[in-house]
Design a protein around this ligand. Structure first.
Ligand code: NAD
Length: 644
């Protein structure tokens, strides 16, 4: 035991090298001299108080020498107890105890001296009084950096710090209170709120736990804080939303405690809150086991592998031990970046190429012989494709037809076409092209009796060009945040959630299925923007105004996940729905004829013809050319010269 304690003592202490001694003298010399003088004076005063005046002559000299020795000894014991090497701005009980031990050791040495000495130059009573005073003086000197704060806490008084109400009086709340307590962070805690009723009325570092989270409106009115801080290591989305709702109507900033999960750009101790924490439902942890069944040991091709969703699909597949992962995209650097994020040892093949290039596609697919294909490559921005439809039609229709034909030629077992809610009752050219892709995929599935399917979903949070990164940039630039219309709503899902569900949907799909991911309720974009602004610790309109532009051609107020005639049926997966009774689609041969016609007429002069060809096919049993009332009319005039 003894030897272990001794070992740990020596391990803890750094050796006294000449360099360390020199640095110690340089850094702490003045403090040590002050300690020595203060202790000398304290013991002399204690002697004076004890005998009713300072002693003279030899006795006086003896007292002075002994008090000076006590001063020097104090410096020595301070060194022994590491008193000079402590961060007194964050002093804890252990540090206070170190000072007390050092001072008691000094006083005990004086008492020992008195035991062996005949003359008590410092009487025992004076040693006891002096020792007590030394502890107080030593602490006062050590805690000098915190005097102002201690004084403020004792007598109250004006402060320039912002006031915050802390949500959560648990461990994180306590640590936050400790961190903010010296005022150097610019925040002062007004009170805590916590849903645990047992904590109500108790105090955490001197601040009352005033009630549950639902009391925030009254507490904000009473304390008028500048911020509400969520002190949870990883707050649930429901808690974040509840806090935001309770803060509505006030101009407080809402922050979360960082330090447990650090994000880019965080500045301790408070961080901004990630927008995924705002989803109107809890993100789902994905089950890999379903997807593993059809992906492990297989050669899998992902088109659009450099894109937001394609790259995430690749990352998920790579974890499921495929035989080989083939990544296809026109974006060279994007391909490179995606592969760089895959686990070491993943067998990959990068194909830099274009799905519009039919001969090349036939060649590489015949060579690599993928068994499963996720077709994610597409042009997706409605206003851009509205203005320049040719690349959209060529990629989303002809490109998809090329991939399907090449897949059919080599007998691909499973094919997943990634579609979008914009394909439902399409009002935009982009929507038309994606709807055509849906119909073509299903027609192939039926003709080949193969497991080809469509997975349809709405907006993906944080994907390239989606509103979240755009709003983020606008907020970072000081605003304004632009929204097309005050009433516009969108479905939202995170990238990992969408990609994971696509893989799982692929597992449960039957040939020709059109599966739709359950995206919860649509989210109001104004609501989303307001929350994002507040989560940055800013206010609207004071800091960041929201400006309404207008719906752009092809855009609509509310997206739909199903056609009116489509009936949603549950599947074995709680988050995946199936279009019941299948989708009515023209025969594969007639769709292929349309693709051929599009291919042959793919010139700027024919743009309107190409769109009406698509519209005829897509209209099918219902009339898709009747635009729903919430969409913006296309104002585009197709000028051949401007079409790229
Ligand atoms: N982002 C969303 O909110 C969302 C929502 C629903 C559905 N989708 C669908 O998901 C798919 C992927 O979307 P995303 O958000 O990842 O888009 P993205 O733009 O990030 O990715 C698309 C990728 O396809 C590639 N690509 C484009 N044309 C190509 C071509 N001719 N040949 C080869 N590669 C080509 C691009 O280089 C890009 O890397 C699309 O089919 C889209 O319709 C997206």
């Amino acid at each position: 035991m003894g030897s272990t304690a001794a070992q740990s003592f020596y391990v803890r202490r750094r050796p006294w090298t000449p360099d360390r001694i020199a640095r110690g003298i340089l850094n702490h010399g003045p403090t040590a001299i002050a300690d020595c003088l203060a202790v000398t004076v304290i013991y002399l005063i204690a002697v004076g108080a004890r005998i009713g005046g300072l002693p003279f002559g030899a006795e006086g000299l003896g007292s002075l020498l002994l008090a000076s020795a006590a001063g020097v000894l104090q410096v020595v014991v301070n060194v022994v107890f590491d008193v000079y090497w402590r961060d007194w701005t964050a002093a804890a009980l252990e540090d206070v105890l170190a000072v007390a031990k050092a001072s008691i050791a000094g006083a005990a040495s004086l008492l020992l001296f008195n035991l062996v000495s005949q003359t008590h130059y410092i009487p025992n009573g004076a040693i006891l009084t002096g020792g007590g005073l030394v502890i107080v003086a030593q602490l006062a000197m050590r805690l000098r950096p915190r005097w102002r704060h201690i004084l403020r806490a004792a007598v109250g008084g004006a402060t320039t710090a912002q006031t915050a109400i802390v949500v959560g009086a648990g461990r994180v709340g306590q640590l936050l209170a400790q961190d903010l307590s010296d005022g150097s962070r610019g925040y002062r805690i007004a009170c805590f709120v916590d849903d645990d009723a047992r904590k109500w009325g108790t105090y955490v570092r001197g601040k009352v736990v005033a009630g549950p989270v639902d009391d925030l409106p009254q507490l904000i009115a009473a304390y008028k804080p500048q911020a509400v801080v969520i002190a949870h290591p990883s707050p649930a989305g429901a808690l974040v939303r509840r806090v935001l709702e309770r803060c509505n109507g006030s101009d407080v900033r809402v922050r979360a405690v960082s330090g447990f999960t650090i994000r880019d750009g965080d500045t301790a101790p408070l961080r901004t809150i990630g927008v995924e924490e705002l989803l109107e439902r809890e993100p789902v942890k994905l089950e890999a086991s379903l997807a593993r069944g059809y992906l492990a040991g297989r050669t899998v091709l992902v088109t659009g592998a450099a894109g937001s969703i394609g790259s995430e699909i690749c990352r998920l597949i790579a974890q499921l031990e495929p035989k080989r992962l083939v990544l296809l995209d026109t974006n060279e650097s994007g391909l490179h970046d995606t592969v760089a994020t895959l686990p070491n040892g993943t067998a990959t093949e990068m194909l830099l190429g274009d799905v519009r290039d039919e001969p090349w596609l036939d060649y590489v697919l015949a060579e690599l012989r993928p068994e499963v294909i996720f077709h994610s490559a597409a042009y997706k921005h409605v206003p851009i494709i509205e203005r320049t439809p040719l690349p959209g039609i060529a990629t989303n229709v002809v490109g998809t037809a090329n991939v399907l034909a090449a897949a059919a030629a080599i007998g691909v077992e499973r094919f997943v076409f990634i579609s979008t809610d914009k394909a439902v009752e399409p009002v935009s050219v982009m929507g038309l092209t994606k709807r055509f892709g849906e119909l073509l995929t299903i027609a192939y599935a039926r003709a080949l009796r193969q497991n080809y399917c469509v997975v349809r979903f709405g907006n993906v949070l944080g994907s390239a060009g989606s509103v979240v990164p755009i709003f983020s940039r606008q907020i970072d630039a000081g605003g304004p945040v632009t929204i097309t219309h005050p009433e516009v709503t969108r479905y939202f899902m995170t990238i990992p959630e969408a990609a994971g569900l696509v893989l799982e949907a692929g597992a449960i799909a039957n040939p020709g299925d059109l599966l739709v991911l359950d995206m919860g309720s649509p989210v109001s974009l104004v609501d989303l923007a307001e929350k994002m602004i507040r989560l940055r610790g800013l206010r609207t309109p004071a800091d960041i105004p929201i400006v309404f532009t207008r719906l752009r051609p092809g855009e609509r107020l509310h997206e739909r996940l199903f056609f009116p005639q489509e009936r949603a049926a549950p599947t074995d997966h709680p988050r995946v729905l199936r279009v019941a009774a299948g989708v009515e689609t023209p025969a594969l041969a007639s769709l292929r004829t349309v693709v051929q016609q599009l291919r042959e007429r793919m010139t700027p002069q024919n743009v309107n013809l190409l769109i009406s060809l698509l519209r005829q096919v897509v209209a099918g049993p219902h009339d898709a050319s009747t635009k729903p009332s919430d969409s913006a009319e296309s104002t585009v005039i197709f000028e051949p010269a401007t079409v790229q």
